[in-house]
Write a protein that binds this ligand. Structure first.
Ligand SMILES: Cc1cc2nc3c(=O)[nH]c(=O)nc-3n(C[C@H](O)[C@H](O)[C@H](O)COP(=O)(O)O)c2cc1C
Ligand code: SF4
Length: 480
């Protein structure tokens, strides 16, 4: 029977566990920081020495840790791109914007165990020669910001932060910055602009790779809350031990946010790839199954941007056979291991590790209309394909869900969605707003066409003409 594996959330829901520093210290808190600061330079075979900082960075690489914010990029590799020769200060930003619909994992850490994040950040900052760091927290999480500020004050009072931390000679300050209340503030370069006091317009890459030209045009590391917590555990247990958790290339643990039509929605920490999507939905240790009498219709596996899976969908995945060679196997959607690579191989992604479950009571057109409205509202507007395309898709879906659909709307939607991503936009929001439309319409086309046909027939009976392609009237929608 698959079970949760609680590493980061080990203590969070224990009775009596509080976000206070005394409680954290009582549970071994900040011991890993002491361990990190005490690491001695290691002699290398070529006579050179490897500093404590280099050893931690190397360990993060060996651990195989992949970012938990969305893209699943190697954390060690990201750190290795940091320009350490520029002579400029290096900054670290913890991305606590957590705005991908369906995702509610980072806030559990912030609300219930803020010192774990702070310890992970101090170790990560030490490893990267950072002396000033920020926690960029979603604007709509005021309680989280309050808790973090209190925790930072407690850490300062115990000299885990500030000048000459624990007599090590290392100085670090961390500030909390409250976000500007927009989804795009979570995109790392938009976040940096916002932190600099400007509108969160994402920057174009190249040249603005944060590792080289980030905050105040200085080298900057942006990592997710959960990623930075994992660093603490890598140093505590050792990189090799950490890499034993999970599966090859998908190491460690991940906190999954499970929502929608399951009996037990919530957050669950698992070893990456050791639990399948079906187990997360149906097992009593996780979602506990669908509501009584209902059948599964669809699953969004990685936050609202991820391409939807249809119940019963099958995928061809490469697996290791008994002789160690790769063999192709047909796998049902429910049997996909919940990891980075399997979901990419199945044409979607684990993204922010947020699973949204939809049973057969779901109106799939309504569901997509809801998602599309979100993206149309959140586009920052810099790129024409994203700004106009996200709005056109939302308008077409609004019509379809308000009795003004057309038979050809399904094709119209896919045509727009196909022309937004693929290097036409500054940031990955272009993909994020197109993937739901491409996959929902691609996999449930009959439902979109049926709605359009029904609307056209009804309008014809009422003696009303066809809804024009443009100039759609959307009087009921306050946003458009
Ligand atoms: C539109 C958009 C929104 C994003 N929102 C978030 C977010 O809320 N939290 C987050 O950690 N990463 C978010 N990301 C990913 C960040 O840009 C960045 O890759 C991440 O913070 C890196 O951290 P990691 O390497 O630890 O995953 C978003 C990306 C895009 C394109
Ligand atoms: S893709 Fe969209 S959100 Fe990203 S910069 Fe362009 S307009 Fe803004």
């Amino acid at each position: 029977m698959p079970q949760e594996f609680r590493l980061i959330l080990k203590h969070t829901d224990e009775p009596g566990y509080t976000p206070d520093i005394e409680c954290y210290l009582h549970h071994g808190g900040y011991e890993t920081l002491k361990k990190a600061l005490a690491i001695q330079p290691r002699d290398l075979s070529d006579g050179k020495k490897m500093s404590a900082q280099e050893q931690i960075r190397e360990d993060v690489k060996i651990s195989g840790l992949r970012g938990r914010g969305g893209a699943g990029f190697s954390c060690g590799l990201k750190w290795s791109f940091v320009d350490r020769r520029s002579g400029k200060p290096i900054y670290l930003i913890c991305n606590a914007d957590e705005s991908e619909p369906g995702t509610f994992k980072d806030r559990q850490i912030i609300h219930k165990d803020p010192h774990q994040l702070i310890e992970g950040m101090i170790i990560s900052c030490f490893a990267n020669d950072v002396h000033l760091a920020y926690i960029y927290i979603r604007g709509e999480m005021p309680e989280g910001a309050k808790l973090l500020n209190k925790a930072l004050a407690e850490a300062r009072a115990k000299n885990f932060l500030g000048k000459n931390i624990l007599g090590s000679g290392y100085d670090l300050e961390i500030h909390v910055h409250r976000g500007a209340g927009a989804y795009i503030c979570g995109e790392e370069t938009g976040l940096i602009e916002s932190l600099e006091g400007k509108r969160a317009y994402p920057r174009i890459k190249p040249p603005y790779f944060p590792a080289v030209l980030g905050l105040y045009m200085c080298p900057t590391i942006v990592n997710n809350v959960e990623t930075l917590c994992a660093v603490k555990h890598i140093v505590a247990m050792g990189a090799v031990e950490y890499a034993r958790l999970g599966t090859p290339n998908n190491t460690g643990t991940r906190i999954v946010s499970l929502s929608g039509h399951v009996k037990r929605p919530g957050y669950f920490e698992i070893e990456v790839g050791k639990v399948t999507i079906g187990q997360l939905i149906n097992d009593p240790a996780f979602g506990g199954g669908l509501r009584d009498g209902r059948k599964l219709k669809a699953v969004i596996p990685g936050g609202s941007s991820a391409k939807v899976f249809k119940a019963g969908e099958k995928f061809k995945l490469k697996r290791k056979g008994p002789d160690g060679k790769d063999v192709e196997q047909e796998v049902d959607m429910l049997d996909l291991p919940y990891d980075f690579d399997s979901l990419i191989a199945a044409g979607s992604m684990s993204g922010s590790s947020a699973i949204i479950v939809m049973d057969d009571s779901t109106d799939i057109v309504e569901a997509l209309a809801n998602i599309a409205e979100f993206y149309a509202h959140e586009s920052c507007g810099q790129c024409t394909p994203c700004r106009e395309g996200s709005l056109w898709m939302s308008k077409a879906l609004h019509r379809l869900t308000h009795g003004e659909g057309r038979k050809q709307d399904a094709d119209y939607l896919v045509k727009i969605a196909d022309n937004i991503p693929g290097g036409r936009t500054i940031c990955a929001f272009g993909e994020a707003c197109s993937w739901p439309v491409q996959s929902f319409v691609g996999k449930f086309k009959d439902e979109f066409v049926a709605k359009g046909v029904a609307d056209e027939e009804r309008r014809a009976k009422e003696g009303k003409g066809a809804v024009p392609m443009h100039g759609m009237k959307i009087a009921a929608c306050p946003q458009h």
